[in-house]
Design a protein around this ligand. Structure first.
Ligand SMILES: *Cc1c(COP(=O)(O)O)cnc(C)c1O
Length: 445
């Protein structure tokens, strides 16, 4: 990799690429000129400029952990501080703020394939998962239906919460091991009439495996179970069709592919016809039909609002609203096309440049079975990830025990970014940069 290519991180995706357009039909797919040609015809290329610029030369492939900041968010948060809080004071609850969980939930619903009145923005993913999983168990468990089903690919916070619910409700948590080569089939086989709820991450956080949600949902219903999808690693990057799948419940966060910022509120989905059957285990005032009646007893609101708890985090909802406007303009079909093309491209680059250096692709190769990040495995993955961050100006992330995740975030990831990132990883491996870093883990990886 020459210095010219290294400079790519600095330049706009358009300028150098136009020079290479002419090479496009014949460019070797493993060449930089191919990446530049792809960028030149990328229908989403202009959206890159809507995100806060990176330090010169920095490559960011960790948008599945914390998405980049939409520049529009600055103005929205500033307005909320200065014009709303600073000026309107408490009156702002009556104008813009009170309605935010509904308004922003409805803006998010199309990204989930959800018709109106089924999605609300609230709380964290962990808390929403608790509310919906507990409500589902209360409604669905019977003397002979006492199993909560999940697998070891699920996010640990989800597992901990399911463990707590199983304990409190005296149910059995059935945790399938993560050694299956076909996790969808393994779940299908485990869906028996003993199961009251199956709860899975639609895209698994380590390997990026994507379940066949339609098949699992159909099978769950056939045996009398409800399904709860955690779409944290999917929303904004994969095709989600909750209504068409007839999914029962879903939760997800907004700070990963949705770029809403650290600690931004999460969301929940409850299918319309289920809402009156389920009640939240956290009976807060925002979940009642008339919060300002200040009744002394709790009466859940009709519909989806019953799953709200307390005051909405207005300052953190604003960046989400700004970000969703970008998604609306970009359109999920274009984002999905680019994600599929870029993850395929990244896998091809890894196979060619990194496999000879001992790197293995963990993420499924079938586009139907993968999300929008590619995980690679290497025995030195942890010290290597430290070297990439400290010396190679590349930000991926590491997941135990031996994986590095490289996220494709179609709104701002270019083909040249992916090409350059793979070159930097190859260089770090060739020069054994990992040897300078301890295998001892820092507290945040
Ligand atoms: C990121 C992630 C979470 C995070 O939950 P928080 O409550 O926002 O910390 C939960 N589940 C999955 C599957 C995730 O990927």
């Amino acid at each position: 990799m020459g210095e010219g290519a290294r400079g790519l991180g600095r330049s706009s995706p358009h300028s150098p690429a136009s020079r290479y357009n002419i090479l496009m039909p014949t460019a070797d797919p493993l060449s930089l000129s191919y990446a530049l040609a792809q960028d030149a015809q990328d229908e989403l290329a202009a959206f890159r400029a809507e995100f806060a610029p990176l330090e010169p030369g920095l490559l960011y492939l960790d948008g599945n952990s914390l998405g980049r900041m939409p520049i529009r968010a600055i103005q929205q948060v500033r307005n909320a501080l200065v014009d709303e809080w600073g000026t309107q004071l408490v009156r702002a609850w009556g104008t813009d703020w009170w309605d935010a969980p509904r308004r922003v939930g409805e803006a998010l619903a199309p990204l989930l394939g959800a018709a109106p009145n089924q999605v609300r923005v609230a709380d964290s993913t962990s808390i929403n998962l608790y509310k919906l999983a507990d409500a589902a168990c209360a409604a669905q468990a019977t003397a002979s239906r006492r199993v909560l089903l999940t697998d070891a690919l699920n996010f640990p916070s989800d597992l901990y919460i399911l463990q707590g619910i199983a304990q409190a409700r005296d149910l059995e948590l059935r945790l399938l091991p993560d050694d299956s080569t076909d996790p969808t089939q393994t779940i299908l086989d485990a869906l028996t009439p003993e199961v009251c709820l199956v709860s899975l991450s639609l895209v698994t956080f380590k390997s990026g495996y994507l379940y066949d949600a339609a098949a699992i949902t159909a099978r769950a219903h056939a045996v009398g179970a409800l399904v709860l999808w955690d779409v944290c690693h999917a929303v904004g990057a994969v095709d989600i069709q909750l209504d068409a799948w007839q999914a029962d419940l879903a939760v997800g966060c907004t700070y990963k592919y949705l770029n809403a910022g650290p600690g931004a509120p999460a969301f929940l989905y409850v299918r319309a016809d289920l809402q009156s059957r389920l009640t939240s285990p956290i009976q807060g005032w925002w979940g009642t039909s008339a919060p300002f009646a200040f009744d002394l007893t709790y009466t859940p609101a009709e519909g989806i609002n019953r799953f709200l708890v307390g005051s909405a985090p207005i300052l953190s909802i604003k960046p989400l609203e700004a970000s969703l406007e970008i998604f609306q303009r970009a359109g999920m079909p274009r984002i999905l096309r680019k994600s599929a093309a870029q993850t395929a491209y990244l896998i091809a680059l890894i196979d060619h440049f990194l496999a000879p250096l001992g790197v293995e692709v963990v993420t499924p190769r079938s586009p139907q079975r993968r999300g929008s990040h590619v995980s690679i495995r290497h025995p030195q993955a942890y010290p290597l990830s430290q070297a990439l961050i400290a010396e190679m100006n590349l930000l991926p992330d590491f997941r135990e025990p031996d994986q590095i995740r490289l996220a494709v975030t179609p709104l701002y990831t270019s083909y040249a970014d992916l090409f350059e990132a793979v070159q930097r990883i190859a260089q770090a491996l060739r020069e054994n940069r990992a040897q300078n870093y301890s295998a001892e883990r820092k507290s945040i990886t």
